[in-house]
Unconditional design. Structure first.
Length: 583
């Protein structure tokens, strides 16, 4: 089962189905995280078929429904608990409440809820341990954008302790949901990583105490959790990627995974399409290079036309529009092809209008060599034509300057100022670049260079590559080395006592009385080992792709990858810019 399927099954089996009534309906009340988690893994018709009449937002004012039971799914926060209490003390909102927390509830909040006047309306109180969003079948996000400034800026430490506790709990619920009790590794070159690793260990041990079967199985004993900070690879978030998903999110202004476009033609209409795994064409093409996507979509349409309609002459979006009119019974399938034609066409338009030139410069800077393997001797000569081109966006110029500084391992303040002036970049944007030093990178080197360890990039001579897409995200090397037992132990040590832990048996816990997790609940049907990766500071779409590639190439291993947030290059630059020295 995929991560999404596991989450959906757990929510349905542990929360919704036990409360389904033979006659009557329930209300489902969700906080923001639960709303995102549920919408990512379940469809509304699944909820309806399980007796849910309406799904409501905990934080909004709601119409009272005093004849119906409410199922609450929420994070154990003071605000959420106060809202639940208010529903039964300030107003008669529902008949009774079944409260499910997404993660371990602090004793203080549990006590607050138990002693409140609302407690007599609460019929169920349980933890389900899913405090993350399953973004894709092998990708998760914690939806925690506050983590970046807290983790990397030493002068913004006010909320760091509570933030680390929170994300450690969320990471632990990823492992618990997958039925994994992995050994824990971390990148030692950024000192805060070991602190987070220890917090995750404490949370995992608590889950293991509640469910001693967690992580059982010879293969599962090989599973690893690897904690990495964004400073391990600042190149991947800067590059223009030319695979469909990464390119689409970089160039087309996608928000909340919705692609908006006009159909064109005489009867042009605005369309909105959700880019997710319910679209098989998206799943088939998202990791393919843009050069082949149009051809793949055309081939798919031809096969569909041959099998369904005996029509083989559709060559354009206009032809497709005519087919949709003539064959309304196939409108859903044909609209899907239409969407992907538009996606490919719009991306290619950007590519031909300047992105191609940017890609060449970026790849040469990132690789330190050109497409023929010749070392780049004068990177400035590469950059100047792009930096002085008024058609090049400010963000793209900043990406190239950042790649340049990374390639030469730092720059003097004087030279940086000259470069910014030359590139027509204002001094106000300088901080976007210099703030990258908080990630442990060499940026301004007037005081000397720091010794920054960088993994040796793996040569991949047997892999088919495009000249404009030669860079491979470093996380792919790290995960492959971890699976092959070749990952550098000095820079990626195991947490003491957590390297291959087959004999460990934690004591059973009665901390939560009858509402703790039932024995065996965390087990999933998969028996193979997993590498679970957590990147603090943002996950790129190219790194997502790498997780799927390694899973295909290293069976029976499965790679699950996630972060506090999913980032595009523009989002990465914004994060750097907002990494101020003061609150």
């Amino acid at each position: 089962m995929t991560l999404k399927q596991i989450v959906a099954q757990k929510v349905l089996n542990d929360v919704i189905r036990p409360l389904k009534k033979k006659a009557g309906w329930n209300v489902l009340v969700l906080d923001r995280l639960a709303m995102r988690m549920l919408s990512a893994s379940c469809k509304m018709h699944d909820m309806l078929s399980e007796g849910i009449t309406i799904v409501e937002d905990l934080m909004k004012n709601r119409e009272p429904l005093p004849t119906l039971d409410a199922i609450y799914l929420l994070a154990p926060t003071q605000e959420s608990v106060n809202r639940v209490i208010g529903d039964f003390t300030v107003r008669n909102q529902y008949k009774c409440a079944h409260v499910f927390f997404t993660e371990a509830c602090p004793d203080q909040l549990f006590s607050t809820l138990s002693k409140s006047a609302a407690s007599r309306f609460i019929k169920t109180l349980k933890e389900i341990n899913i405090a993350f969003t399953p973004y894709e079948s092998q990708v998760y996000t914690l939806d925690s954008p506050d983590t970046f400034p807290l983790y990397f800026n030493a002068q913004k430490q006010g909320g760091l302790t509570s933030n680390l506790e929170r994300i450690a709990e969320q990471i632990a619920t990823v492992c618990a949901t997958l039925g994994e009790y992995p050994s824990i590794r971390y990148r030692a070159d950024f000192e805060r990583n070991v602190e987070l690793a220890h917090l995750v260990e404490q949370k995992l041990d608590a889950y293991k105490a509640d469910d001693p079967t967690m992580g059982d199985g010879n293969e599962k004993a090989r599973s690893q959790l690897i904690i990495i900070d964004r400073g391990f690879d600042a190149v991947s978030p800067c590059l223009h990627e030319l695979t469909l998903q990464a390119m689409t999110y970089d160039l087309l202004g996608i928000e909340n995974d919705v692609y908006k476009y006009e159909t064109g033609g005489n009867e042009s209409v605005d369309k909105e399409v959700l880019l997710d795994e319910n679209d098989d064409l998206w799943v088939d093409n998202r990791h393919k290079h843009i050069a082949v996507v149009s051809q793949e979509v055309s081939n798919g349409l031809k096969k569909f036309s041959d099998s369904k309609m005996g029509i083989t002459d559709s060559k354009s979006i206009k032809d497709l529009s005519m087919m949709i009119k003539k064959m309304p019974q196939y409108q859903k399938e044909l609209n899907k092809f239409s969407t992907h034609f538009h996606l490919a066409e719009e991306n290619m338009k950007y590519y031909k209008n300047g992105v191609d030139k940017l890609c060449k410069v970026e790849q040469d800077l990132a690789m330190g060599a050109d497409a023929d393997g010749e070392r780049v001797k004068d990177p400035m000569k590469l950059m100047v034509p792009v930096l002085i081109d008024p058609a090049v966006r400010l963000e793209d110029r900043l990406r190239i300057i950042l790649l340049y500084i990374l390639s030469i391992k730092g720059i003097s303040e004087e030279n940086l100022n000259k470069l910014l002036q030359h590139a027509n970049v204002s001094m106000a944007e300088k901080e976007t670049l210099t703030n990258a030093a908080y990630l442990g990178l060499n940026m301004i080197i007037d005081q000397g260079r720091k010794k920054v360890w960088v993994p040796t990039r793996r040569e991949r001579p047997n892999e088919q590559i495009y000249q404009s897409s030669r860079w491979v995200p470093i996380v792919k090397d790290i995960v492959e080395d971890a699976i092959d037992d070749k990952l550098d132990l000095k820079h990626f040590p195991f947490l003491a006592g957590r390297q291959v832990n087959t004999a460990y048996r934690a004591p059973t816990s009665a901390r939560y009385g009858q509402w703790h997790k039932e024995r065996g609940q965390g087990n999933t049907q998969r028996s193979g080992p997993r590498v679970i990766v957590f990147i603090i500071g943002g996950l790129t779409y190219s790194e997502m792709r790498a997780a799927y590639e390694v899973t295909r190439e290293k069976k029976p291993w499965e790679v699950i990858i996630g972060s506090d947030q999913i980032i595009t290059p523009d989002r990465f630059l914004t994060n750097l810019k907002e990494l101020k020295t003061k609150d």
